[in-house]
Write a protein that binds this ligand. Sequence first.
Ligand code: GLN
Length: 569
Amino acid sequence: MKTKYVFVSGGVLSSVGKGLASAAMAALLESRGLKVTLMKMDPYLNVDPGTMNPFQHGEVFVTEDGAETDLDLGHYERFTNINLTRENSVSAGQVYEAVIAKERRGEYLGGTVQVIPHITDEIKERIKRVGKGKDICIVEIGGTVGDIESLPFLEAIRQFRFDMGEENVIFIHLTLVPYLGMSGELKTKPTQHSVQKLREIGIQPDFLLCRTDRILPTEIRSKIALFCNIKADNVITAKDVSNIYEVPLVFYEQGLDEKICQRLHVKAKSKGLEKWAKISRILTAPKNGTVEIGIVGKYVDLIESYKSVSEALVHGAIANQVKVNLKYIDSEKLESANVESELAGLSGVLVPGGFGNRGVEGKIKAIQYARIHNIPYFGICIGLQLAVIEFSRNVCGLNKATSREFSNTGEFVIDLMEDQRRIDRLGGSMRLGSYRCKLAPKTLAHEMYGSTEVWERHRHRYELNNHYRKVLTENGLVFSGINTEMDLVEMMEIKEHSWFLTCQFHPEFKSKPFAPHPLFVGFVKAALKNKLQIKKTPRKETTKSTSVLTSKLMKKPKDEMRRASRSRI
Ligand code: GLN
């Protein structure tokens, strides 16, 4: 079958949900047995989002082949069985970089290099390359129609339909239809204007996805249809949902996938959406109640920064038939005096990835608290590094333990590897992408994965310093996962603890609702167990058994133990 292309643009304002809508459509088409792929076009001039501040851009999603990409690629992978690569994420920066490099090599043979046709050709080439061999290629255009930045991309897709033919290319536009409480009306004007903008540049959408808080009545759909020159049947309600995994169901109920297939002359029967319905049922009424988990980080003002982590926790919760309530804790505000009250009521603590030294001491406090109080702890990347620092300082007595990332002096239990020391540029120079990790038998890591070898994705520069492995092991740390090729510690755990597991890689990138990541399943399970135990056991007894356990095995300095038990009484 010839590849068919679906272009998704967005109007009115950003964050209306183009990424999720694209992912949900891919899920629907994939469920019909079609070979689907997805692409994201980002209009910014950064070559990739790797160097962008998470506060501005949210999470950086890492693909198997080590590309640092937009977080929408995370949605794409979570909703489908697709493994994306660096080709699926294109930024204006990348396109310009490639065109300018060609110009420098003299490949344009003296011609004047211009946005049209050189930039647009480069964009079209990239789309064709990704679409090759697939049935459907869904391409999401980042930004909002009307922005100067996205114009070359919109022009390229306009040409693309012209080149490939109407029957092979469709345009889907996502807009917002707000409900004004004051007048009790749904307002269609922003949608009309947004479609006008699109038509000005020669793109007539085939479908409109209207983001609203309610199902659009027929008269509103007809009005939009008339003003936007679209069949009323193709005006689809993209209704707000209580969880993102309902989005495919909302579209399916309105026959969106069927309509797309008809419009593109694709023959593929629907096999129903029972697996999505099942997930939705669990999320709406979980059998095992709730579990409260704390995410301790410094990007908590923009929780999109932790998108894959929070979704992976939801997947772990689905597997345990429980609802996970997340509390985001700002590590910069965490101190000895408030760590107990901030973590009160949490059944598990997670420290996700992070960069720079701001807020690290607060995270260390949280880790120490979880370790001493036997609260399930899951450390990801910097969450491993800080757990090693905490343990070195408070258990091994290495008071000056730190990471070279945070300080110029001290005992670098976390350090730069030789090859990282020579690097003089920030972009794309971390240990990125999939690496093999061998798991030691009879460890928690091995038990969780049920395997002796795993491949996980990385995004970091610093590593555990092998020089300190001996002292850390002697004091009770277990290095349960090793990259044997490079002799690097990938996983670390504490045996005599309810659940204390850390990893240098980012397992969250590989979790999907239908294939929850085993570490997240195990962590949520441990948190649930912890919650049920605390409920069952009188507080005093819990305190006693925990402190006996920890004092025997943790070899903590005495004053730390005293402080810990005092704070619990
Ligand atoms: N900043 C640390 C490093 O570069 C950890 C990175 C992360 O948490 N992803 O090694």
